[in-house]
Structures are given as C-alpha cells and as structure tokens.
Design a protein around this ligand. Structure first.
Ligand SMILES: [Mg+2]
Length: 321
C-alpha cells in the first residue's frame, strides 16, 4: 500500500527518467498507453488492474461483469489513443474460496468480452491466494492508419469536448451501474480521429477535473470549463450550488470518475464541424484550453459560471488507493 502519495508522486518519479529512454519508445510513460517502435511498426501497450474492494465489489457484482470490466477498463485506454486492440494477457490472483466453477465464469467473461472487441486473450497466469480477487490485464494495440492521440498535444485556443454523460457511474444501479457496463469508445475515437485533427485525448477514469488536469500537465497549458455545459448523467437539477457555483450533479460530473468516456481537444475550426452525436453518443463542448499562467508550474483548471465569473478548481477527482 503506497497511500495517497501513490499515483501522482510515484508516476512523476517514473516520468523523471523518460528522457533517458531508448529511441524505440515513441510514447513514454505518462499517457493512456505507451508506444514502442518495432522495425517499421508501432505497438501500444497498457496495463490495468481490477481489484475486489477497489474497482469492483464482488459481493454484489456478478462475476461476468467483474471479468467484463477487467477487459473494458483497458480498452478504454486503447480508445483514448484512437488505436485498435490486437490482443490481451491476464494475470489473475484468485481468492482461495472462489472455486473452479466461478473461476471458469470469470475467465469466460474476460475471453468473451475481449473477443467482442477483436482483442483475443492470448495468455496469462493465475495464482491462488488469501487476498482479494485481482485481475491484471495487459492490452496491446496498433495505430492501424491513425496517428495515436496523446495527452500532450493540447494547445491554447483548443476546444475541450467530452463524449457521453458524466458522473454517478457507481451511484446509479447495482449490477448495471455504468462503471460495470460502459462501452469503450474505440469506434467513436477512430471515427473522430479519422475525420478531424485531435490535439489531445484521455479517457475519463479518475474524474473530469483530474483527467483534464493530466492533459494540461502533459501539454503545459491550463483549461477552463463552462460548468453549465457539462453533460451530467441525470441532466439538469435544481439543487443549491456550492462555493464553486456547482450543483450536486455538476460536482459528480467533475469528480466522480469511472465514466470511461473520452475528453479530447481540437482547434476551434475543427470543433465547428463536430456532430452533436456519433452513433447515438453525445459529443459536448465543455470549455477551452488557455495558455499557462506565467510563473506557474502546475496546471490550473478554472470553472466558468454562466454569468462569466470564474474561479480555480482545486478539488481533485477520484484517486484510487
Ligand atoms: Mg486512461
């Protein structure tokens, strides 16, 4: 257990060494996937875990959905690069009392989900232990004619957009809660990246506020969000607003995490030709990228109210323990 220091400090420790990586590392640590050049081909790689008690609660979740999420969580990272998956491997730490039949259900679900996205399970490892169920999935992907979209290309003047609706992915519903049943936006990302020049993209796993800040950090810019434009999962509400001018639904949309939608930026001219929906999924303009304030090392996210007043938003989104 590395505590809350975890993801941010540990990752920045890793990033410090990026400059020393060999030339075949085309996209270094710090993005949704890394990319290696192998001869004249590029291979993208991501790894993610689903642990009982952290990313799922096995006590009230069918194993089929646990297995599904272990795969789709990774495929959301593939979508974030506008790449196509090519295969996956899984390392499973199974609780001693899981039993053969349940282990089979779990693996059948992972295999079926992976195959549905043309991402066959091609290997893995299992062990039995006294800890919680933990599935560690590595997915490989390829650009297949689309330049991967990273977190580092956002430019001042870019429009910030999101797919789908945000917030409450754990709150609404038990076995069909959005964090279990979401569709990785692979086809949508490919469609967007083929018709427009996307400057940056990330999938929304940690919450819009945190994930957009990741884009800003990697791109050395700041961002503004027009809070009234955020596509909240439950739509408009009439709650009182907090000190940031946020309704409860807007705060959920900013901070909850596990939406597994996409946030991307592109220049205003390209944004003008964005459709309102792609395959039924809403595409919403929620703000803009602005130049980093002089003298500031850390990215700033500003929330802009309908009356034009704005303030910096420091509350972080979801960070997994
Ligand atoms: Mg991601």
């Amino acid at each position: 257990m590395i505590g809350r220091m975890g993801e941010l400090d540990l990752l920045s420790h890793v990033f410090k060494h990026n400059a020393a990586l060999p030339g075949r590392v085309i996209i270094p640590p710090g993005d949704d996937m890394a990319m290696l050049r192998l001869g004249d081909r590029d291979l993208l790689i991501t790894v993610d875990q689903v642990a009982d008690g952290v990313h799922v609660n096995c006590a009230d979740t069918p194993l089929e959905l646990v297995g599904r999420k272990a795969i789709t969580r990774n495929l959301s990272d593939v979508a974030a690069m506008a790449a196509l998956p090519v295969g996956a491997v899984v390392a499973a730490a199974l609780p001693r009392d899981l039993g053969d039949a349940n282990a089979t259900r779990l693996f059948d679900a992972m295999r079926a989900t992976a195959e549905r996205y043309d991402c066959p399970l091609v290997g893995g490892d299992t062990m039995i232990w006294d800890g919680p169920l933990t599935l560690t999935v590595t997915v490989f992907a390829e650009p297949r004619g689309v330049t991967p979209v990273t977190r580092s290309g956002a430019k001042p003047g870019d429009v910030v957009c999101v797919t789908g609706r945000l917030g409450g992915a754990w709150r609404d519903g038990g076995a069909d809660a959005p964090h279990l049943t979401f569709e990785p936006r692979i086809a949508l990302a490919r469609d967007l990246a083929q018709r427009l020049t996307l400057h940056s993209m990330i999938d929304l796993s940690d919450g819009l506020a945190t994930d957009l800040r990741h884009v800003c950090e990697r791109s050395h810019v700041d961002a503004e969000i027009d809070i009234a434009t955020m596509p909240t999962r439950r739509g408009g509400d009439t709650d009182d607003t907090d000190s940031h001018g946020l309704t409860a639904e807007q705060r959920h949309a900013l901070c909850d995490g596990e939406d597994y939608e996409l946030c991307f930026t592109l220049d205003a001219r390209d944004a003008a030709s964005l459709p309102a929906k792609i395959d039924g999924v809403p595409i919403t303009r929620i703000g803009r990228i602005v130049a980093r304030a002089p003298g500031h090392d850390v990215a700033c996210l500003r929330l802009v109210r309908p009356d034009g007043a704005s303030n910096a938003f420091d509350a972080s989104g979801w960070e997994h323990a």
